[in-house]
Design a protein. Structure first.
Length: 211
């Protein structure tokens, strides 16, 4: 399956989920803690790339409230429309991040919250390397994933059938390091989304810097 096919599949799932996704994950303390860490590292008016920006909440909303310039990229047109209405201070683009031109050192920070899971491992590795290069030296990146040693398996997520690929926690951390980032800290949590079809799932949050 091509990257374009995978982006279309991901978009179709999140077009359906819409605000239900925001509600399901709104109580993630680990997500908000990683955002607080990031905000604490940023200088005034920093430029931040939010990959898989979803509804704009809480990531873009938190960053714009702190005075930062946020560009959100999402493959779902429904999510981009929701985010644009909910967080008008940010800019959101409907696009496949794999096709977006990323200039070297263009951003002070990058956020990647659960945006990799419907990409192949090779695509994840390529994208994280590109995102690392898009950071200025000393820039920060936060990433979150569901750590699991699975590749192109069919799972049911909030009632939607999706094909998922991930890495075991140690392998994901190693992949991020190989992309040119220093992992400063990692947080493993077990999280249950607020949705009747959801089950507890492991979450891994990495806090990184481009040295």
């Amino acid at each position: 399956m091509t990257g374009e096919d995978q982006a279309h599949r991901a978009a179709a799932v999140f077009d359906v989920l819409g605000l239900a996704y925001e509600k399901a994950f709104a109580h993630s303390e680990a997500h908000r803690a990683s955002l607080a860490w990031l905000v604490g590292r940023l200088g005034p008016g920093s430029r931040v790339l939010d990959v898989g920006s979803g509804t704009g909440r809480p990531t873009a909303e938190t960053l714009t409230a702190a005075g930062h310039d946020v560009l959100g990229i999402d493959a779902s047109p429904v999510m981009v429309d929701l985010a644009t209405r909910q967080v008008p201070e940010a800019v959101f683009r409907h696009a496949d991040i794999g096709e977006v031109l990323l200039e070297e050192g263009a951003f002070d920070a990058v956020c990647v919250y659960f945006a990799l899971l419907q990409m192949s491992r090779a695509m994840q590795e390529t994208l994280v390397r590109r995102l690392a290069r898009a950071l200025r030296p000393g820039g920060s990146m936060v990433l979150a994933t569901v750590p699991a040693d699975v590749e192109d398996v069919e799972v049911v997520f909030m009632g939607q059938s999706v094909r998922a690929t991930s890495f075991a926690a140690g392998d994901f951390t190693a992949m991020v390091g190989a992309a040119g980032l220093t992992v400063l800290s990692a947080e493993d949590v077990l999280f249950t989304p607020d949705h009747p079809a959801a089950e507890p799932e492991p979450h891994l949050f990495l806090r990184c810097v481009r040295e």
